[in-house]
Write a protein that binds this ligand. Structure first.
Ligand SMILES: [Fe+2]
Length: 284
C-alpha cells in the first residue's frame, strides 16, 4: 500500500516545483502553472550568483549572451588522438549499452561511467576534465561533483538513415522550461551530411509576452512528456536566426538547451562520433 508521503509526492501540485517538463493537471495548466514555472525558474537562475573561474570568464560571458559557445582544439593533439582511438575501438567492440531508432536514423549510446578505466583511460578521464568542470559549474552556477553523478557523459554514435521517417530531434524545440546545458565534443568533423546541431542564438533569453503565451498553449496539450516545438514564425517574430554548427573535430559545442535548437537531418549512410555531456540540474 502507498504511504501517505508517497501519495502526496505523486499529486500534480507536488510536481509544480519539480523538473518535470509539464505538470499533469488540466486544472493547474488552465490557470497558468506552466508560465509561472517558467518565470520562477528563470528568476531563480538569474538571481543566483556564482564566482566563475577567471580562466573561463570570457567563454561563460559568451555562453550567457548567445546561449552557445564553441571551444576549438578542446583537447591537446595527443589527448585527442588517444580518445579517438579508444572510442573507435569501442565502436568496433559492438558493445554499446543502448541503440535506438530516431526516425530513420540510429543512435548508439554508452555511458563512460560504466567503462573500464584501464582500457579507456582518456575517455573515462573526461569525468574529471578541468575545463569541462569549470564550464559546466559556471553555467549551472554550482560546484559540480562528477562522483555524485552531477555530470553524465556518453559516447554517442549517430548513423544517418534515408530520412523518410522523421527524426523528432530535427524539429526545432526547447528541451524544457528552465536553463539547462549540454555539450558535445566532436570526434569527427561536423558536416551537413552527418546531422549537425543547429541553434537559435539569443533564444534562451527572449522571454517576452508571446513566449509566455506559447508556453501556456503548449501546457494545455494532453501529452506531458514531449518538448515544446518552436515554429519558424516564433523565431522570426523574435528577430533571431538559426545557426548551423559546422565545425572541425576536437571542437566542444556547449549550449543552453532552454534555447531553440535541433539536429538537422543528414544524408543516408553518413555517421558521426561524439562525446555527449549533460549536467543534471533541478530548476528550484
Ligand atoms: Fe533537444
Amino acid at each position: 500500500m502507498m504511504s501517505l508521503s508517497s501519495k502526496i509526492k505523486s499529486l500534480p501540485i507536488a510536481k509544480v516545483f519539480s523538473k518535470d517538463k509539464l505538470v499533469a493537471s488540466p486544472f493547474l495548466n488552465k490557470i497558468g502553472i506552466q508560465p509561472f514555472r517558467l518565470w520562477l525558474a528563470n528568476k531563480r537562475y538569474h538571481d543566483k550568483q556564482y564566482l566563475v573561474d577567471s580562466s573561463v570568464v570570457n567563454q561563460v560571458d559568451q555562453l550567457m549572451k548567445d546561449g552557445i559557445i564553441l571551444v576549438e582544439n578542446f583537447m591537446s593533439d595527443s589527448e585527442f588522438a588517444a580518445i579517438t582511438k579508444e572510442c573507435r575501438s569501442f565502436i568496433d567492440s559492438d558493445s554499446f549499452e543502448t541503440s535506438k531508432k530516431v526516425g530513420s536514423n540510429t543512435i548508439y549510446n554508452q555511458s563512460i561511467e560504466n567503462m573500464d578505466k584501464t582500457v579507456y583511460p582518456t575517455t573515462t578521464g573526461l569525468l574529471n576534465h578541468p575545463l569541462l568542470l569549470k564550464l559546466f559549474s559556471a553555467a549551472d552556477k554550482r560546484e559540480l561533483d562528477p562522483t555524485k553523478g552531477d555530470i553524465i557523459i556518453l559516447i554517442q554514435y549517430l548513423v544517418q538513415g534515408d530520412g523518410e521517417d522523421l527524426d523528432i530531434e530535427s524539429e526545432l524545440h526547447v528541451d524544457t522550461f528552465f536553463n539547462t546545458y549540454k555539450a558535445w565534443l566532436y570526434l569527427d568533423d561536423v558536416r551537413l551530411e552527418n546531422g549537425p546541431f543547429s541553434y537559435v542564438k539569443g533564444s534562451h533569453t527572449n522571454l517576452n509576452k508571446d513566449r509566455y503565451n506559447n508556453v501556456y498553449h503548449y501546457s494545455l496539450q494532453k501529452d506531458v512528456s514531449g518538448s515544446r516545438r518552436v515554429s519558424k514564425n516564433e523565431v522570426d517574430d523574435l528577430g533571431l536566426q538559426e545557426t548551423t554548427v559546422l565545425c572541425k573535430k576536437n571542437t566542444l559545442a556547449m549550449a543552453n538547451t532552454f534555447g531553440f535548437h535541433r539536429r538537422l537531418q543528414g544524408v543516408n549512410g553518413n555517421d558521426r562520433l561524439t562525446i555527449a555531456i549533460t549536467a543534471k540540474r533541478s530548476p528550484f
